[in-house]
Ligand binder design. Structure first.
Ligand code: PRP
Ligand code: GUN
Length: 204
């Protein structure tokens, strides 16, 4: 049987809270890019903890990437597909892209599993920003990407992140966990049962 880890909304909230100070001090994000669907809730929670009095909220933009799919309709554990599919992307022709140039951009997702999704997101965003930077003649401005995930699975990664991102510690996982399937509360169809399972794990 596949081992599962049940995570509650309360735990997600506190993982965002405990990571906010490091994100504010070290990454200093001007905007977040949430990888949907799993990155949306953490990004929104994080936004409240990143808000400083007298400053505006950090905007959240969204991209949709999908790698995993249920093999059978009733399977709770999903299997990785072979390629990342874009279900939503930034509008390359618009201000959305120009808005990223010269900024500190925090990419947010819930889980770093094989790292395939994060590798794809960072590479493609960097490429698109570079194209827009050249096109607009704004080469003097440096765009810095950093990453926040709730959980990083301690396992061999198929995907790679840019060396400068790792060297400069621009990657933060609130928790590192063993290679088990994580059940997030927003995926639950019975949240009370989900919370009960999470509670029973915490007292084991
Ligand atoms: O590190 P990886 O092996 O690439 O896995 C991580 C990705 O898998 C999940 O997305 P999924 O494809 O299930 O889409 P979803 O967020 O819409 O459920 C999750 O939200 C991450 O984006
Ligand atoms: N919900 C969920 N989605 C994932 N995508 C990749 N790994 C996981 C996981 O452990 N849980």
């Amino acid at each position: 049987m596949v081992e599962k880890l049940y995570v509650t909304y309360n735990q997600v909230h506190k993982l965002c809270q405990k990571s906010a100070e490091r994100i504010l001090n070290d990454f200093k994000p001007n905007l977040m890019i949430a990888i949907g669907g799993g990155g949306y809730v953490p990004a929104r929670i994080l936004r409240s903890f990143l808000k400083r009095p007298g400053s505006a909220n950090i905007p959240i933009q969204a991209i949709g990437l999908s790698l995993y799919e249920s093999l059978t309709t009733d399977s709770a554990v999903e299997e990785p597909g072979t390629k990342v599919t874009r279900t939503q992307w930034l509008d390359l022709s618009s201000l959305e892209m120009a808005n990223l140039i010269g900024k500190n951009v925090l990419i947010v997702d819930e889980v770093d599993d094989t790292r395939t999704t994060l590798e794809y997101a960072v590479k493609e965003l960097q490429k698109d920003v570079e194209t827009a930077t050249k096109k607009l003649g704004r080469d003097a401005e440096k765009t810095r990407f950093s990453i926040f995930v709730l959980h990083n699975k301690d396992k061999h990664k198929k995907g790679n992140l840019p060396q400068d991102m790792l060297d400069e510690n621009r990657y933060l996982a609130a928790l590192t966990v063993p290679d088990v399937w994580i059940c997030y509360p927003w995926e639950a169809t019975d949240i009370d049962e989900h919370d009960r399972l999470a509670e029973s794990q915490s007292v084991q």
